[in-house]
Every structure is written in C-alpha cells, then in structure tokens.
Design a binder for this molecule. Structure first.
Ligand SMILES: Nc1nc2c(ncn2[C@@H]2O[C@H](COP(=O)(O)OP(=O)(O)O)[C@@H](O)[C@H]2O)c(=O)[nH]1
Ligand SMILES: [Mg+2]
Length: 448
C-alpha cells in the first residue's frame, strides 16, 4: 500500500479537525507546491513568513482570504516544500480550497502521509514519528508530556546508545573470530559475559520504564469485582465523580458491565464495574456474572471489593470464586461501618486498602496503591511512553542476550548480537519493512 505513489507526488489534506472552527488549516507538501502557490495565491509567499493572501479559483475569484505560510524544503516538517493555508474554519470554504488544490494537481494525502514523508526524508526517526500520533491521541496531561519527550528524541537516543553498545561488543567478538589463530587478550570469555550482562541490565532498565509508559499511551483497564452488595458500584461512582452506576441495597442490582473513563493521577483508566460474583438462578444475573469473569481476563488490575462490615463478604477470594488469577488489590469497603482505619493496609505480599466508597474516604490512598500496582513510582520523571511494538522488540532483544550469555562459541554469540542490533534498529526505523511502516502510519489521522 505504501509504494503505490510516486514520492514526487504533491499531497494535500485538511490539517485541522473536521467541523466548524475559527480557523481551518490546509496543508500541501511536495515538489509542485511552488507552482500550486503561484496559481492559488498569485505568488510564492516569502519563506517562513505569515503572508496575508487571497485564495483564488481558476477564474481569479477569491474563494477565501487568510494566511499563507510557505516552508522551503528541506527545512520543513516533511523535508519537502510545504504550504499551509489558514482559511476561515468553515467546512464549505475548506472544501472549496481543497478542491482547487486538487485541480492544480495535488493528490489527497493518506492518513499519516505527511509524517511518513518526514520519516522517509530523515526529519524524524520511527519512534519519534509514532510519538507524533501518541501526542495527538494523548488522553491525559502526563501522556502528552511523555509523548512530547519521545518526540524530542529522548527515547530514540537511549535506543541508539544501546544499539551502539551492542555493535561495539559485536565488533570485539567478530575480531576474535577473524584472528582466531592468534590469542586475543582483550576479550576473554569472562569479559564478554560481563559486557553481555551489562547490556541485558540496560535493556531491563529501559523495559522497566517502558511498561508503565505503555499504560500511559494505551490506557489501563481496571475491573471492579467482588461479592454482591460490597459497594462495587459505589466505588466506581466515587472514582468517576458521578452516579454512573445504580447503587442499591439489593444484591444483584448491577448486571451489565458499567464503564467509566477516568484520569487516575495521569493514567488514562478504563474502569469497569461488574455484577457481584455469586451463583444465581436468574438468567440475566448469571449472564452478568459470566461477563464479569470474562472482563477479569482483560484487566491490567482487579479491585476486589469486600464489605468489611460483613464477615461472609470478607472471606471472599477472587481466584476461588472465578478460577482466575489476576493482579489485584483487595479493597476493604464500608470501613465507616467496620471501624477499620482508612488507608493502605498492604502487608508486603498482598496489596490492600481500607476505604469508604460511600463517604469517599480512602480513595486517594487507593489511587496511590493502584499507581504502584501498575508499576508507577514516585515522580516517574524518566518514564518512556512506549508502544507494544517497542516492548516486544526490547523483550526479544533481552531473550537474545540471555541466550548469548549461555553460549561459548564466538560465532554464535556474534550472531545473537547481530540479531539484537537489528531488532533495536526496528524501533527507530533504521531497519523497517513496508508492512511495518504501513501499519504505523495508517493509524494516524489525515493531515498529519
Ligand atoms: N456504610 C456504607 N455503605 C456503603 C458503602 N459503599 C456502599 N454502601 C452501600 O452498600 C449497598 C450496596 O452498594 P453497591 O455499590 O450497590 O454495591 P455492589 O452491589 O457491590 O455494586 C448500598 O446500599 C450502598 O449505599 C460504604 O462505604 N459505607
Ligand atoms: Mg453494583
């Protein structure tokens, strides 16, 4: 799908969101940009200066008046000549101007095609290009902040450093192969193992900072489960800050899955309230229980809510009741009734927090416990906003280092190092396939 267009084609798209707006932006990029500017504006605007201009149709009538911004390539976002037209933000006006640019020979851009060109022209590496989409899609301030950091190249730089490190060791190993007749003093097996252990350590550290970052970009799914009447729906409402779910003293009230999207201290969370887990003769409730069990499988974390004032409820155990093991925090609810002190009561093995969903007390401590359980610590200043693809590469590279450290033959070690080096290159796009690029850029919005 990528190579069906000549790179010389000039592309155009609306860069601002659809609908009405004060200003609407149309963006043009490619080798015909100057010619299009001449026909549309009657001139090529001065490089990098906001120029007031009319946008003319083929008979010389103005379609709109606005600002034109010309960027002479390669000093532009895409690396090509580009033109931005700031029109009045009316869909009708924008449509007319867009049609005119198409008449002048441009083609409609595919999703992400401007950024794809920026990548192909070496303006951004692949991880940075992905962070453009992550920034646009970010749902919380924290996600936006870390996407911007990746865009500025912080993550790519670490991957490049790691790559260079692997490359250096690989060169050392290959030297021992080439000169195997002579003793090579500076690379004993022990030294080589040490190098590999250090590389593994580095990869592990990047992974530790990336895993929570994945939740920042993709959001975490948290399922509220437990016995009937424990206060699960009340807890969802306390987090959502509104009466999302019906709360009632009747057991079996919640049947459908009830979902809320919340910003949990910067983590975009998809929180799901479920039917109380019990055997039921009621078909609808039984279906609700079945769905509750199913969502637990998809959860990043389960909040197992118990009624602390009810001894039967306190004996409930999630894995016994569902046959499933999930990362969980036990929430002792109704502490206002049981008299338990509100707050974190984790014992080092099991995470547990005492709250009162009804009064909204303990929610802050529970939020903290959730952040910890999801791998966030303290200020998290050095998190990496990773994608699943990056984690997969890093995990595979770690696997290769593990097997390399178990090998004695330098030829075999060199091969593992070569593979790991190549894999890391996939993160920044030093090595990439058409399929991978197609997959990444097609998920962008049009005009970016
Ligand atoms: N005293 C007290 N009552 C609560 C608390 N949380 C929930 N309840 C009550 O317990 C009952 C069941 O609550 P609900 O949220 O519907 O429980 P669910 O069945 O687990 O969803 C309702 O009458 C709530 O008002 C709490 O923290 N303290
Ligand atoms: Mg409920």
């Amino acid at each position: 799908m990528k190579s069906d267009r000549e790179p010389a084609t000039t592309i155009v798209a609306r860069a601002s969101a659809p609908g009405l707006g004060g200003v609407g932006v149309i963006r043009i990029s490619g080798s015909d940009t100057k010619a299009i500017a001449t026909a549309l504006l009657g001139k090529i605007p001065e490089n990098r200066f906001a120029t007031k201009s009319s946008f003319f149709d083929d008979s010389g009538n103005a379609l709109d008046h606005g600002l034109a911004l010309f960027f002479l390539g390669p000093a532009s976002y895409t690396g090509e000549d580009t033109l931005e037209l700031h029109c009045h933000g009316s869909p009708v006006v924008l449509d007319q101007v867009l049609k005119r640019v198409l008449e002048l020979g441009a083609e409609l851009a595919r999703p992400g095609e401007f950024t794809e060109r920026a990548f192909l022209n070496g303006k951004l590496d692949l991880a940075q290009a992905e962070s453009v989409a992550d920034l646009i899609n970010s749902q919380t301030q924290a996600a936006a902040k870390f996407a911007l950091r990746s865009l500025s190249g912080i993550f790519s730089k670490e991957i490049d450093e790691l790559s260079r490190r692997i490359e250096t060791v690989r060169v050392l190993v290959e030297a021992t192969i080439d000169f195997s007749d002579e003793p090579v003093d500076d690379l004993s097996v022990d030294t080589l193992r040490l190098h590999i252990t250090e590389i593994s350590e580095k990869i592990r550290k990047i992974l530790d900072r990336s895993r929570p970052g994945l939740l920042l970009s993709q959001g975490a799914t948290i399922v509220i489960a437990g016995p009937p009447n424990a206060g699960k729906s009340s807890l969802l409402n306390a987090f959502a800050g509104s009466e999302k779910a019906i709360v009632s003293p009747h057991a079996g009230t919640t049947r459908d899955l009830i979902e809320a999207h919340i910003d949990l201290g910067g983590i975009p969370v998809h929180m799901v309230d479920t039917a109380g887990l019990r055997a039921s003769d009621d078909d609808i409730e039984a279906e609700g229980v079945r769905r509750a069990r199913e969502t637990i499988d998809a959860a990043d974390l389960v909040l197992c809510v118990l009624d602390d004032s009810d001894p039967a409820s306190s004996r409930f155990e999630l894995h016994l009741e569902t046959g499933r093991t999930a990362k969980q925090i036990t929430v002792f609810n109704k502490s206002d009734l049981s008299g338990r002190l509100i707050g974190d009561i984790s014992d080092g093995i099991n995470a547990a927090v005492a709250v009162s969903a009804k009064n909204g007390t303990g929610i802050k401590q529970l939020t903290e416990a959730i952040r910890t359980a999801l791998g966030f610590q303290g200020d998290d200043e050095d998190l990496i906003l990773a994608r699943r693809r990056h984690l997969n590469v890093l995990e595979q590279a770690l696997g290769l280092m593990d097997s390399a450290s178990a090998l004695d033959e330098p030829e075999l070690v060199a091969e593992e190092l070569r593979l790991a080096h190549r894999l890391l290159g996939e993160i920044t796009g030093v090595f990439s396939t058409e399929d991978l690029l197609g997959e990444i850029f097609s998920s962008f919005c049009i005009g970016k």
